[in-house]
Write a protein that binds this ligand. Sequence first.
Ligand SMILES: NC(=O)c1ccc[n+]([C@@H]2O[C@H](COP(=O)([O-])OP(=O)(O)OC[C@H]3O[C@@H](n4cnc5c(N)ncnc54)[C@H](O)[C@@H]3O)[C@@H](O)[C@H]2O)c1
Length: 462
Amino acid sequence: MNRKRFLETIIGASAFASLPYSAIANDPLAARHLLKEVEKSADGSMVGFAAEPIAKVRIGIIGMGNRGSSLLEMLQLMIENGSAEIAAFADINPEKLTKATEKLNQWQKSKPKIYGKTERDWENLVKQDDVDLVLVTTPWEWHTEMALFAMNNGKHVATEVPMSYSMSDCWEIIATAERTKKHCIMLENCCYNEEELFVLKMIEDGVFGDITHCEGAYLHDLRAHMLDDTYYENQWRIMHHVARDGNLYTTHGLGPISFYLGIGNGDRFEYLTSMSSRELNLSQTAQRMGKDFGKIVCGDMNSTMMKTNKGKTVLLQFDTHTGRPYSRINKVVGTKAVHDGYPSRLFIDSEEPVFWGHKWLDEEGYSSYKKKHVHPVIGRLKEVSQSFKQGHGGMDFIMMFRLIECLNKGLPLDINVYESVIWSAVTPLSVLSVASDSLPLPFPKFTGDAWKKNEAKWVESK
Ligand SMILES: NC(=O)c1ccc[n+]([C@@H]2O[C@H](COP(=O)([O-])OP(=O)(O)OC[C@H]3O[C@@H](n4cnc5c(N)ncnc54)[C@H](O)[C@@H]3O)[C@@H](O)[C@H]2O)c1
C-alpha cells in the first residue's frame, strides 16, 4: 500500500481508476501502465496562442516570500509607466503582506487588496473582477491547483518553476488551458539570460551546424537555505527532499536546452531514464547542525537522460546537496561547434579533422562571436535591465518585461503552456524512473501532433 500511495503522488490517483493496484503490484513495467492511465489527448491549440491585448495588466500575486517580493520589484518600471498595476496580494504570513504593501506604496497610488485570512483566501484574489493575470510564487505543491483555479475563473496565469507536481497535474493544466483559452506560462527566467540567448542566437545563425547533444543542470548548494529555520516558509523545500528522489528542479537547465533543440517546435522528447546517487551531503550537514527532518531520500546527484525524436540526447543533472560552485552546465554539441558554460567557452571546429590543438577560442575570438550573435531581446533590453532592477543579472527583469509587453500587445508569450508542462514533467518522470531501477519511460505527447510544426518564437510585434 505504501508503494501505491507513493505512485499516486507521482502519477495521480486517477491512474488506478480502471486499473486496480493488485493487477500491477509485482509488474516491473507498472510505471509505464500507470502513465498510460492518466494520459489525455492534447489538441495543440495553444501553440502560438495570442489573447486580446490588455492595455494595463492588472496583477494579483499569490505568495509574497523570497520570489514574490523579488518579482514585484521587477514590475516597478511597468507599474510606473502604466502598463501594469498590482490589484492584490495573498499570503498566509501577515508580515510578508505588510512588507509587500510598503514596497508597492512607493511606486503605485492605488492600494492592492490583501488576502491572508486562511490557507485558501487566495481563491478570493483569483475571483476578484479587476485581476487579469495571477502570478503564483508559492511553494511547488500549490502551483497546479492555483493555476487551474485561475484559468477556470477566466484569468491568465504565470507560475513560478515548476508548474506541475504529478503527471495528472501536467495533463490537467494542458486540458484546462486548451478549454479556457487562457495563457498559462511558467516563469523560467534562465531562458532570458544573456549567455543562453547568445547560444540560442548562434544556433539560429548556424554556428553549431546540426546539434547532437546538450547538457544542462541545476547544481546549487542550497543546504544553508534548506536547513535554515526561516528562509523558506515552514521549511517547505527540504520536505520535498524527504518525500522524493529524482530531479526535483529541472527547468533552469532544461528550458534553454529545449529552445536550443526545438522541443515542441520541430522535435520532441521520446523517452527518459533517470538514476540518483546515494544521499550523504544534506543529511550529514543536518546532523552536524543538530537538525532532524527524518530520512532524506533524494540522492545527492540525479542524472536524467532524454532522447529526442530526431535522435538528439540530453543529460540533465540536479544536485542541491553538495558544496561546490553554482552551474547550469549549458553545454551544446554540434557538428561545427561546441559550447560549455560556467565559464562560457566556445570551440569552433575546423573543416578537416585535426590531430592537435583542440582549444577553446581565446578571449578575442569568443568576444567576436558574442558581438556578432546578440539575441534581439538582449539587444533591445539589456541596457534597461542593467540600469534598472537586475534580478539574477538582468534576466528576471527581461522576463517580466516581456510578459507584460506580450499581454499589452496581444502577442504569443515566449514560453507556452506545453513547454511549461514538458519541462516540469521531468520531475515526476525522473522520480518514477529512479523508483523503477531507471526504467526508460515514454515521454507523453503533451502537444499532440503540434510539435511537428514550427512556431514563431520571441515575437516582438504583430
Ligand atoms: N526562478 C527563480 O530563480 C526562483 C528563485 C527562487 C524561488 N523560485 C520559486 O519560487 C517559489 C517560491 O519560493 P520562495 O523561495 O519564494 O519560497 P518562500 O517560502 O520564501 O515563499 C513562498 C510564499 O508562499 C506563501 N504561501 C504558502 N502557502 C500559501 C497559501 N496557501 N496561500 C498564500 N500564500 C502561501 C508563504 O507564506 C511564503 O511567503 C518556488 O516555486 C521556487 O521554486 C524561483
